[in-house]
Design a protein around this ligand. Structure first.
Ligand SMILES: [Zn+2]
Length: 213
């Protein structure tokens, strides 16, 4: 497991198996935000260790319903667990299928815990200047998390898994995905975090658009 610190309050934890899996922590002033819970509860242990005695309430975010972003959801007692409305529905619908197909990748305990707070378009935490907004593309339930203070954006799996595969698997349509990439152009972020790739800069959008055309 590798820890990458971005500025003061953003930290990315990368777990390595057949692929890299990122979990992203934003240490806000009111809340600590944990973005995606990885492959099981073992992915949350180092994040909680990192927080140590910091007892601010935790907001857990699922960027989308895919197994590798939700299997650690069971690590929290009475969590505020935020996602898009469709994400909650899809986790319920696909849970057994995903566990059957990819169970060999689990790290630690995997327990189904559904999002407790869902939104459609946008959710804003003004004290922390953290904005969650709907960005369908990779999947229909994909959201992004924007730290407006440190200009860091987490796009879930809307950036592909490696430099060679910069366009991810698209489970919606190319048009929907492209609309989201164009919308990202208006986001003033310097650091782009995604589910599996390394840290990127904004120019990644132009590389994606070039490949889409
Ligand atoms: Zn995914």
């Amino acid at each position: 497991m590798k820890i990458t610190k971005i500025q003061n309050r953003n930290v990315v934890f990368t777990f390595h198996t057949d692929f890299d899996q990122n979990v992203h922590l934003i240490k806000g002033t009111t809340y600590n935000f944990i973005i995606d819970t990885g492959l099981g509860q073992a992915c949350m242990e180092p994040v909680l260790d990192y927080l140590g005695t910091d007892s601010k309430p935790i907001i857990v975010v699922n960027t989308h319903h895919h197994w590798d972003h939700i299997w650690g959801n069971g690590s929290f007692r009475n969590p505020i667990l935020v996602s898009h409305r469709l994400c909650r529905e899809l986790i319920q619908e696909k849970w057994d299928e995903m566990l059957g197909k990819y169970g060999q990748y689990s790290m630690g305990k995997v327990v189904q815990v559904l999002p407790t707070l869902v939104f459609e378009n946008e959710l804003y935490f003004p004290e922390d200047r953290v904005r969650l907004f709907y960005t369908p593309g990779h999947t229909i339930d994909s959201i992004s998390v924007w730290d407006e203070e440190e200009h860091v954006l987490n796009v879930g799996d809307n950036i592909g898994d490696s430099a060679d595969a910069i366009v991810p698997s698209i489970y919606t349509s190319k048009e929907i995905y492209k609309d989201t990439i164009l919308k990202y152009r208006d986001v003033e972020a310097n650091t782009w975090v995604s589910g599996h790739n390394g840290i990127c800069e904004k120019e990644v959008l132009e590389r994606i658009l070039a490949e889409l055309n």
